[in-house]
Design a protein around this ligand. Structure first.
Ligand code: CDP
Ligand code: CDP
Length: 209
């Protein structure tokens, strides 16, 4: 069983993927962390995020241990991640890690931007999660507020829009829904309702297989 979940920033795909994985007893990989870790490692070595050689070398050395870092979660790390994510060599270097994860015995849920289109095009269940820009910025704002961060709603909205445009517009594995993905608009849903809706979609997709 492989479940592919894609969608733009703060659409709730990570929260959903984690819950689906727990529900079905599947492993879960947040593939955004891989790109965030590559950007972190390039910057830590004093490199430039657009430097193909430096970013590719960082991508080749990413492993499960690289991902356990709370510094990867912030908006600056997300923005930096979307710069290295444009580089085809970086994407290629991360592909095998993601595919090996997806193929593990017992099955897996992966969330990102290109899981249904590139990483696992044969996944039997693909969900493309969306929500309005404003709803997504508000979700991030509430997260930051609860941690006492001073970032504003407007800054988060601008960050989300800039990153979405970069992710949609790049030539290497641009973010888009696979032809056979089901769309889940969570603008008016809370996390519990989104989870319930996703379970119904998974059930429908499984009946079709
Ligand atoms: O992984 P992605 O960036 O798409 O989103 P996330 O990290 O799962 O963050 C979504 C945030 O919105 C979390 O704080 C969730 O509690 C909240 N949320 C959600 O996940 N789903 C909804 N339908 C509504 C809110
Ligand atoms: O959680 P959020 O949606 O804000 O970001 P993320 O999933 O951690 O992804 C960070 C960045 O990594 C994205 O903006 C993409 O540029 C890139 N990414 C990608 O290109 N392909 C993936 N499968 C996952 C992330």
């Amino acid at each position: 069983m492989i479940i592919a979940i894609d969608g733009p920033a703060a659409s709730g795909k990570g929260t959903l993927a984690k819950r689906i994985a727990a529900h079905f007893g599947l492993a879960w990989l947040d593939t955004g962390l891989l790109y965030r870790a590559v950007a972190r490692d390039v910057l830590a070595a004093g490199g430039d995020l657009e430097d193909v050689q430096a970013a590719t070398a960082a991508a080749k050395s990413v492993n499960a241990d690289s991902l356990d870092d709370s510094a990867l979660r912030g908006p600056r790390a997300g923005d930096a991640a979307s710069i290295v994510a444009k580089i085809p060599e970086v994407r290629a270097a991360l592909l095998e890690y993601q595919r090996a994860f997806a193929r593990q015995a017992g099955g897996a849920v992966l969330d990102g931007r290109d899981i249904g289109t590139v990483v696992c095009p044969d996944a039997p269940v693909k969900i493309f999660v969306t929500a309005s820009d404003e709803a997504r910025a508000m979700r991030r704002f509430l997260e930051h507020q609860s941690r006492g961060d001073s970032i504003t709603y407007d800054e988060l909205l601008a960050d989300i829009r800039k990153r979405d445009a970069r992710d949609r517009g790049r030539s290497a594995a641009p973010m888009h829904a696979a032809d056979d993905a089901v769309h889940l608009d969570t603008t008016a849903l809370d996390a519990d309702q989104a989870f319930a809706a996703a379970l119904r979609l998974i059930e429908l997709a499984s009946n079709k297989c």
